[in-house]
Design a protein around this ligand. Structure first.
Ligand code: HEC
Length: 152
């Protein structure tokens, strides 16, 4: 028992040392992990945009609590993909156009625009008309970046 505890303590000490030593840019073990991470965030975000769109179009009954939950997920997911567009992923197969890596400042601006819209989206979900309007503005922020930097 005692030796197991010692081993566990050693392992956690090593893990803590690694975490402290790792530079901020090295959040991903392999470039492939960064691609998977950003695509996963987009996938979850898109799923919840779809749920809100179904309410906006009247395909699903409007449910303010469910809309609020989706808007929260969207706002959180919308913060995640950007740090994963690291240069090491440039040569990998993904939906990112090569131009993206040459225009990271512009990508950041477009990401900030999305983050602004998703914040407003969370504020709009209490009212179906407001939700419809803000969903449109949010979708436009998605499209503005996809038109430039996503392989269709
Ligand atoms: C600032 C740029 C930018 C914004 C804003 C943006 N996207 Fe994307 N999106 C991309 C890029 C680049 C890719 C390709 C990523 C890859 O394959 O690594 C992508 C990929 C995706 C994918 C495919 C993920 C996969 O599994 O391959 C979906 C779905 C998606 N975006 C949805 C959205 C939605 C919905 C929004 C708005 C709520 C949005 N995106 C906003 C740049 C953006």
């Amino acid at each position: 028992m005692a030796s197991k505890t010692v081993i566990a303590l050693r392992i956690s000490a090593v893990a803590a040392g690694l975490a402290i030593a790792a530079p901020a840019a090295a959040q991903f073990q392999k470039p492939e992990d960064a691609v998977k991470y950003r695509q996963s965030a987009f996938t979850v975000m898109s799923n919840h945009m779809g749920r809100l769109a179904a309410m906006a179009k009247g395909e699903r009954p409007f449910d303010a609590a469910a809309a609020q939950a989706s808007a929260r997920v969207i706002e959180t997911m919308a913060r995640l993909p950007w740090e994963a567009f690291v240069p090491a992923t440039e040569g990998l197969k993904s939906g990112a156009k090569p131009a993206l890596y040459q225009n990271l400042a512009d990508v950041r601006t477009l990401a900030d625009r999305l983050n602004g819209e998703t914040g407003k989206l969370r504020g709009s979900v209490g009212d179906l008309d407001a939700l419809r309007k803000q969903l449109g503005a949010t979708g436009a922020a998605c499209k503005a970046c996809h038109d430039k930097y996503r392989v269709m």
